[in-house]
Structure formats: structure tokens, C-alpha cells
Design a protein. Structure first.
Length: 560
């Protein structure tokens, strides 16, 4: 360790230097505070031994300046060695920034012990600072990823109908991303479709399952399917995409144009309620089906309830985050308390539930996403232009088309060929509603092909901050030094009898890579998550030729 000894008495400095060098430390000297400050500026010290009373600049002032020079993440302890023994003088030593003191004549054993103790503290502080830098780096990366995903979600939901007289919603996620989802769309006959879903868990893992439903919902509404048929299509879609442990509890409603009748499909959400302004709870809307993503096509029940509504009635639909919301004592809000809120006819039941829930949970940590939806009887009223969303969402059958391109080494080295591909692909009417997701998919496919297939990089490097930086430095260096490489991309729309797929086939000139190894590692590490995302987005993912070719199917809308 490098120690700075500051004392105006040469004898004291020589004794300390002898003791410290005998312990294996490197020693520098200063005979007053001013010299000490200058030495500290030009050297890299681990500890300072400081006298108090010195000419030109005393130890108190020197310590203040040394502490001002030192960085917050570079703790350099200052130990005062002083003949002063009154309480005020010792207090002044600590107030000036000193970390400890030892009275002269000092005990050699105690001096060495204090030095070792403060050097341990310095090492711990340095270790904490390094770990904090790593955490700050990963937090920055996570924040960037959150912003990207948030943008995708916001774009996907931008055509969702906002609150109107016919529909009120309250969505309160437990974290940044929401496993609860409320979708709404006008029907062709002037009515209103509403989908309320609750995916297993919460956060990003749960919310990723909502994206395919967002895009499909408007298309199914355009076809004017019954709520049971919409549930069937969603169930088939989720069953093919979600892992076995994930599903979606849901209620799907279609309110007719005059607002006096609803179709109702219920699958796994807590009881909903039909209430009136004069009577409170009139009927309980119990779940009659399994959640979406579980039943096979053959066993799925498309049946639905039909409820006739009076003019003052409304449907209340909730997710389990409301009844399982906990007080500070750990007690659930519960169904009974919810029903009591809904039965208080003199109040706005929607606002009363939220107000009571907020008071009940107080400062308790929210453990699950909370969603409350109210569908009101009476003629469907949407804001100006919202009925036009149906027309804006229509995707015509168009022609069956394909797109082939080969990216040369110059294309790969130039920067972002994916953006150029998407500028062409995104202009196609059949792709336009899915532009963000398709762009994300092709970007992940391209990154895997380039980094693992062509460049042969090892994603395990990204487990540490230094490795992460090294990984992308290697990426740039290897890419710049490449003399020959290419990547072939073939994209086509496939129209089936009852489905439409975007087929993407990408082949690179590299030696391939171990897909299973990277995907298995992605469950535990911060790298390799792209392959997992690809598998979540696509209905089929197949790697061929040892990883040099990938062939995927991205589900588009069901054909009308």
C-alpha cells in the first residue's frame, strides 16, 4: 500500500517510514500541509498519516483539501497522529475530514492495527464502488430495454378506445410492465367489444403475452365474431405460443349498439357483477370456462352468456389484484368488502371501490396488478373518430408476395441493414399493423446470425461489465476486419385456409452456433435472451444447418 506521512519533524517521519516499510508499504513524505496537498494531487495514495500542528498549512486545513480532491468512490482514510489530547482538538480533527486519530507518543502495535483496519475499510469501499458501477451500468441497460419495450406497448395500444360514457377502466400495474390487459374496439354494428385479461404473474414476463392479443383483437372485432369465437381464436393463439405454466384469465364482452344486451364469455377471472344505480348488486357473473391458453381446440367451449340490461345497469369486471390486495396487516380486501362498495347505491360505485381500496391498502406494497372495468348500459357512445378505428385496422387480403435479398459484406459493415429491410417490408399493408414486432423479430434474428454465426462471438462475455464492453469492442473489430461474408434473407406471406403467416428464413455464411446452449443459458444469465424472445413471438422456430439457417413463422391476422 502507498502511504503518505505528513509531519514537520524529520525524526517522526523517519520513524514512521521505517515502521511502515518494514511492513511492506511504500512511503512518501511531506513536511507540512501544503506539501501534503501537492503530493496527494500527484500521487495515488491508499492512506494518509497526518500531524496536526505544522508551519505554512496545518493538518486540519490540509485534510479538508485532500478530502475535497478525493473522489466519492475513492475512499482514502486520514489518521491524525497528534500530541493534542483535549476533546475539542480531537473533535476538530474528525470534523475536518479525518477518519481516526492516535495520540503521541503512539503505540506501534495500535498504529499498525489502525492502519490495517482502515486499509480493510478502503478495500471494502473500493469493492462496493466497483459493484455499484456494475449495477449502475446494468440499470442503465435495463432502463434502455424498458424504454424500448414501453414504446412497443404504447404503439400497440394507441388505437385502444379511451374511457367514454360506455366504458371506464382503471389499470394499476404492480411494476413497470403489466400482466393485466384491457382491450376495446368498436364493432361493425356500432356496439363495443371489451376484453379484460390477466396473464400469469406480473411484470415483463407476463406482459409479453399481451402483445399478440393486441394486434389480433381489432381484426377479430372487424370480422364481428361472437365473444365465444374470439375466445376460441385467442385460446388457440396463446396455447401455441405460451409456455405450459402460463395462461390468461379473461372476460370478453360485446355490448350491442343500443346498450341493452351483452354477450359475455368468462374464463378464470374472479366473479364480476351486474349492478344498478338503485339496487346495487343485481347478479353475479361467475366464471364458466377455463382460462385461455389451456384447453385444446376440441375441448374448448365457445358458448357464452347473454344478459339483457336496464338503462341504469352496468357490468363490473375485476382481476384478482383487487380482492387479493393486502392491508398493512396482511389481510385481503376480499369479495365481501368489494360487494359492500358496490351495494352503496348513493355513490359512484367505480370511484367508491377505488377510494376504499386505496384507504384499505394504505402504504402496503402492491403485490399484483389491479384492474377495474365498468361497462355501462345505454347507447354506445364513443369519442369522435373512434368508430373509424375499425376501418383503419382493416388489412386487405392483397396478393401473395415474397421478398428475397442478400446482404453483402459491405451491407453488414455499413451499420443497420435491418432498418433498410423494414423500410420496404413495413410499407406492405399486411405487415403495417405489426411493423414494430416484425422489426424487433428481424433485428433479433439478424443479431444472432451476425454475432454468433458470422463473427463467432461468445455471449458469455456479457456476464460482467468489462466483458460486456469487450464483447461489443470485439464485435466492431471483427466486423471491420471481415473480408468475406454474406447473409440471405427470404420473407414471404403464407395464406392458409384459416390463417396467415409471415415466414422469415435467414441464412448466414458463418459456421453456425449451438442454439440450445445459448437458449439454455438465457434462463440464468443476462445474455442470450434474444432467442427466447424469438420463440415467444413466433408460432414456429426452426434452426437448420447447425445454426446457420433459421426459419420462423410469425402469425398475422386470421383470414376473414
Amino acid at each position: 500500500m502507498h502511504i503518505l506521512v505528513v509531519d514537520d519533524q524529520v525524526t517522526n517521519r523517519e520513524i514512521l517510514k521505517w515502521l511502515l516499510e518494514d511492513e511492506g508499504h511504500q512511503v512518501s513524505e511531506a513536511q507540512n500541509g501544503e506539501e501534503a496537498v501537492n503530493e496527494f494531487k500527484s500521487g495515488d495514495f491508499d492512506l494518509v498519516l497526518m500531524d496536526v500542528i505544522m508551519p505554512i498549512m496545518d493538518g486540519l486545513e490540509a485534510t479538508k483539501r485532500i478530502k475535497e480532491i478525493g473522489q466519492e468512490d475513492n475512499y482514502v482514510p486520514v489518521i491524525f497522529l497528534t500530541a493534542l489530547d483535549d476533546a475539542k482538538a480531537l473533535k476538530d480533527c474528525l470534523d475536518s475530514g479525518g477518519d481516526d486519530f492516535l495520540s503521541k507518543p503512539y503505540n506501534e502495535v495500535i498504529l499498525k492495527a489502525k492502519i490495517h483496519a482502515h486499509l480493510r475499510i478502503r478495500e471494502l469501499t473500493r469493492d462496493i464502488s466497483e459493484k455499484n458501477a456494475v449495477l449502475t451500468h446494468y440499470n442503465s441497460l435495463w432502463q434502455r430495454e424498458q424504454n424500448i419495450v414501453s414504446h412497443i406497448f404504447n404503439k400497440a395500444l394507441e388505437h385502444n378506445i379511451k374511457n367514454t360514457r360506455s366504458l371506464r377502466t382503471h389499470i394499476q400495474p404492480a411494476s413497470t410492465f403489466n400482466g393485466d390487459i384491457v382491450l376495446s374496439a368498436p364493432s361493425l354494428t356500432g356496439g363495443l367489444y371489451v376484453f379484460v385479461g390477466d396473464f400469469t404473474g406480473h411484470g415483463l414476463g407476463a406482459s409479453i403475452g399481451t402483445l399478440p392479443l393486441v394486434h389480433a383483437f381489432n381484426e377479430l372485432a372487424i370480422r364481428h365474431l361472437s365473444v365465444g369465437e374470439i375466445a376460441y381464436e385467442f385460446n388457440r393463439m396463446l396455447r401455441s405460443m405460451l409456455p405450459d405454466y402460463m395462461f390468461c384469465c379473461a372476460t370478453i364482452v360485446e355490448l350491442n349498439e343500443s346498450g341493452d344486451s351483452v354477450q359475455l364469455w368468462t374464463g378464470g377471472l374472479p366473479d364480476g357483477y351486474l349492478i344498478s344505480e338503485s339496487e346495487g348488486v343485481v347478479d353475479t357473473l361467475c366464471s364458466e370456462n377455463m382460462p385461455l391458453g389451456i384447453e385444446s381446440d376440441e375441448r374448448f367451449n365457445k358458448g357464452f352468456q347473454v344478459k339483457h340490461l336496464k338503462s341504469d345497469q352496468k357490468l363490473i369486471i375485476i382481476t384478482d389484484g383487487i380482492i387479493e390486495a393486502e392491508s398493512q396487516r396482511g389481510d385481503f380486501f376480499g369479495e365481501k368488502r368489494l360487494q359492500q362498495c358496490l351495494n352503496q347505491t348513493e355513490r359512484d360505485s367505480f370511484k367508491h371501490v377505488l377510494k376504499t381500496l386505496k384507504a384499505y391498502t394504505a402504504e402496503a406494497k402492491q403485490s399484483d396488478d389491479i384492474t377495474l372495468v365498468e361497462v355501462n348500459a345505454g347507447k354506445v357512445e364513443l369519442e369522435e373518430g373512434q368508430h373509424d378505428l375499425v376501418n383503419h385496422s382493416v388489412v386487405q387480403d392483397g396478393i401473395v408476395w415474397s421478398m428475397n435479398c442478400t446482404l453483402s459484406i459491405q451491407d453488414l459493415q455499413r451499420g443497420q441493414p435491418v432498418e433498410e429491410v423494414m423500410s420496404i417490408l413495413g410499407a406492405q399493408s399486411v405487415i403495417r399493423p405489426y411493423r414494430d414486432l416484425v422489426g424487433l423479430l428481424i433485428s433479433e434474428l439478424y443479431s444472432n446470425a451476425l454475432e454468433h454465426g458470422i463473427l463467432g462471438l461468445d455471449s458469455a462475455l456479457k456476464q460482467t461489465t468489462e466483458g460486456f464492453q469487450s464483447y461489443y469492442q470485439q464485435r466492431e473489430q471483427h466486423l471491420a476486419s471481415l473480408e468475406e461474408a454474406h447473409l440471405k434473407l427470404m420473407i414471404q406471406v403464407i395464406n392458409g385456409a384459416d390463417h396467415r403467416l409471415l415466414n422469415i428464413r435467414m441464412t448466414d455464411s458463418g459456421n453456425g452456433f449451438d442454439v440450445d446452449k445459448i437458449f439454455d443459458a438465457s434462463h440464468e444469465d443476462s445474455f442470450g435472451r434474444g432467442i427466447g424472445l424469438i420463440k415467444r413471438l413466433c408460432s414456429r422456430v426452426e434452426y437448420l444447418d447447425g445454426g446457420s439457417t433459421v426459419d420462423v413463422d410469425f402469425p398475422l391476422l386470421l383470414k376473414s
